[in-house]
Design a protein around this ligand. Sequence first.
Ligand SMILES: [Zn+2]
Length: 148
Amino acid sequence: MNSNFTKVTTDRLICPACRHKNRRENKYCTNCGEGLDNSAEIGPCLTILTKEGSSVIFQLQKGKNTIGRNIKNTIVINDDHISNFHATVLFEKGQSKIIDLGSRNGVYLNGKKVRKSALLKDGHLIKLGSTFLRFESTRENEIIKKVS
Ligand SMILES: [Zn+2]
């Protein structure tokens, strides 16, 4: 696992602009000043299921989210069976699509090989190399559940 992962921990709010981890109660990012969205739901997420049994949640950014071994990717996964630039998840107009970037071992969605691209639906299981990722179209942001 690479340290470039953005972890959405239960007590942190990720800044959409700079991806700084803020305290949940913050209205503005302490790093760049961007307004933080404390709405009930945050956008689509990919949960990377590690071999060790833990999971890393990555909140998709608008537009292209590239996945691969190369450190220039948005999501870097250290897996020998993953290509340097393996796939892109395109998040636009409220939809997420996975695109195979001509990877060596392909992209699998719920066990079926993706031909070029496929629309992602909530709960879909993506397999890249020997790594599994679960797609969630929305994720509840627990911040508003707090009784003030
Ligand atoms: Zn920020």
